[in-house]
Design a protein around this ligand. Structure first.
Ligand SMILES: Cc1cc2nc3c(=O)[nH]c(=O)nc-3n(C[C@H](O)[C@H](O)[C@H](O)COP(=O)(O)O)c2cc1C
Length: 161
């Protein structure tokens, strides 16, 4: 007995998550990235995290080739940023403020947290690749996170009443 992709997606949508934008540099030296909620911590020592990226994503080849990536954890006010980076628009960074972080990766300055990583493993995961990154620089600020639940954006304060 199996499960179809639509039902699988529906069931998974009941797992509430934060939202990140994963960024790196492409072969032409331009910034590239995508919205990703398949992000988790892996290890404290060494400090490892992972992100799962669809092979169909435009930014996948750059993530594979560059050997490094950044994870920008989005704040509650970043729904528009999330929607933008969830499209295949070739120039998602046009009009979006970004700057190189301590390791030189493109960071979204208003992100709630930023982690710059060196890719230490790239495991096959069906139609995705599981990129494990060793975190070499990280920063966080106060603020509320953007959340994703059952196919829609939400915020912590909407769930507290
Ligand atoms: C909330 C949300 C979470 C997402 N999480 C992931 C993810 O973890 N991995 C992934 O490969 N795509 C994820 N996506 C889909 C990508 O953002 C989307 O396919 C995007 O168009 C990829 O951009 P690219 O093709 O320009 O790289 C997510 C989309 C949304 C809206």
């Amino acid at each position: 007995m199996g499960i179809g992709p639509d039902e699988f997606r529906h069931v998974l949508s009941h797992f509430a998550s934060g939202v990140t934008v994963v960024t790196t540099w492409d072969a032409d030296g331009g910034p590239t990235g995508l919205t990703a909620s398949a992000f988790t911590s892996v290890s404290l020592e060494p400090p490892l995290i992972l992100v799962c990226v669809d092979h169909k994503a435009q930014s996948y080849p750059a993530l594979r080739a560059s050997g490094r990536f950044a994870v920008n954890v989005l704040a509650a006010e970043h729904e528009t940023v999330s929607r933008r980076f969830a499209t295949t628009d070739a120039d998602k960074f046009n009009g979006v403020s970004y700057r190189p972080g301590p390791l030189g990766l493109p960071l979204l300055p208003e992100a709630l947290a930023q982690l710059e990583c060196r890719t230490v493993h790239a495991y096959p995961g069906g139609d995705h690749t599981i990129f494990v990154g060793e975190v070499e620089a990280a920063h966080a600020r106060d603020g509320e996170p953007l959340l994703y639940f059952r196919g829609d954006y939400t915020r912590l304060d909407q769930r507290r009443s």
